[in-house]
Ligand binder design. Structure first.
Ligand code: NAD
Length: 357
């Protein structure tokens, strides 16, 4: 019997609401299987600041490092917006990623046929889109030194080393190899030295993956191509800043921020989280869409725990629930038979998963 240790960080706002549903689905999934889950809860974000005056307590870092995987909800909210930067919830998350050395952020953008009309784009443009953005997460301009403010100027520095580019490129190529074998590396090599190095290193690593087709695009063109013809992409590989922007753009192809999961992985740890934030505007109302969090649990099963059959059961259960016309409020206008609460959506998915056992 395998006993997986999962660190749960529910966080702030709708974080606890959606992670409770992901936990419900995981528990349903482990019934009559040869594995079980041991969940340990840790604090991060505003809730950790309120308790410890520290958005990332040491205990949380250690708990995550000891776990097989981390499932995280979201952090942040207006209540903590005026704190000094290092005490804000967002600093806790950046520090956690850095401490866990999760250097690769993987964000799939999958379009569910049942929700094709949820996108603002024409259905023929997005039907069948299945792409993944691989974003470097702990380097680049978000972390580069020097940074600061002096008199009438402020500055940040975009830095990448050959090693940092190589390791993220390998993640991208490996993923492309397991999919449709196409990798598009996105940079700004016509202007930035750091991008010239990025392109050179990615081209060098490509020699180890002759079965994967490598293309390069400048980031301005890539952001246009994502809207014009998203089906051309399989895996998009890019740096921290460009990936932050492009992965949000890619997520909108699918219509709702409440549907998309992500993984942040490294050699020491793996952190799974929905791409959305803590949504303070709907927190406590019981209307948040838990599907992104539940799909994050499915990614965790597939990528880290290697329980692929179980991961696929979750995906199938979600498709079935959507096909049967159940919708949370954010996707209610698209073929709803019944509008359900966060908790009902989680329970329905858990029931469908149990039926698959
Ligand atoms: P947000 O993603 O929280 O919300 C944007 C909009 O999408 C809101 O209208 C919200 O109601 C809606 N939404 C988000 N998730 C939803 C869901 N599951 N179901 C239905 N609707 C959903 O982004 P924001 O409003 O820019 O930020 C709010 C707070 O979250 C801020 O404090 C921000 O710093 C934080 N944030 C945290 C993370 C994270 O924890 N990884 C990511 C982004 C933002």
């Amino acid at each position: 019997m395998k006993d997986y240790k999962i660190a749960l960080i529910k966080g702030d706002g709708i974080g606890p609401e959606v992670i409770n549903e992901a936990q419900k689905v995981l528990e349903a999934l482990s019934i009559n299987q040869d594995f079980s889950f041991q969940f340990e809860e840790y604090l991060m974000g505003g809730c950790a600041y309120d308790k410890y005056q520290n958005p990332l307590p040491e205990e949380t870092i250690n708990g995550c490092l000891k776990a097989d995987a981390v499932l995280f909800g979201a952090i942040g909210g207006n209540k903590w917006d005026n704190l000094p930067r290092e005490l804000r919830p967002e600093s806790g998350l950046l520090k956690l990623r850095k401490n866990l050395e999760v250097f690769a952020n993987i964000r799939p953008a999958i379009v569910f046929d049942e929700l094709i009309d949820a996108s603002t784009l024409k259905s023929e443009v997005i039907r069948g889109v299945d792409l993944v953005v691989v974003r470097e997460l702990i380097g680049g301009i978000y972390f580069g030194e020097p940074k600061g403010r002096e008199g009438n100027k402020a500055y940040n520095t975009m830095v990448y080393t050959i090693d940092e580019i190589s390791r993220i490129a390998k993640v991208g190529f490996e993923l492309a190899r397991s999919r449709r074998k196409k990798l598009c590396s996105v940079d700004k090599a016509n202007v930035l030295d750091v991008s010239t190095l990025w392109r050179e290193v990615v081209s060098e690593i490509a020699k180890e993956y002759p079965d994967v087709e490598l293309t390069h695009q400048y980031v301005d063109n890539a952001s246009m191509q994502l809207i014009l013809n998203p089906k051309q992409f399989d895996v998009i590989l890019t740096s921290n800043l460009f990936g932050d922007i492009l992965s949000d753009e890619a997520s909108m192809l699918t219509g709702s921020i409440g549907l998309l999961p992500s993984a942040s992985v490294g050699e020491k740890a793996a952190l799974y989280e929905p791409i959305h934030g803590s949504a303070p505007d709907i927190a406590g109302l019981g209307i948040a869409n838990p599907i992104a969090a539940i799909l994050s649990a499915s990614m965790m099963l597939k990528n880290t725990l290697k329980e692929t059959t179980s991961a696929n059961k979750i995906q199938k259960a979600i498709s079935k629930v959507l096909k049967d016309g159940y919708r949370t409020k954010d996707i209610a206008s698209f073929g709803a038979k019944e509008i359900c609460s966060t908790s009902k959506m989680g329970s329905l998915i858990a029931e469908y998963v149990k039926k698959e056992q």
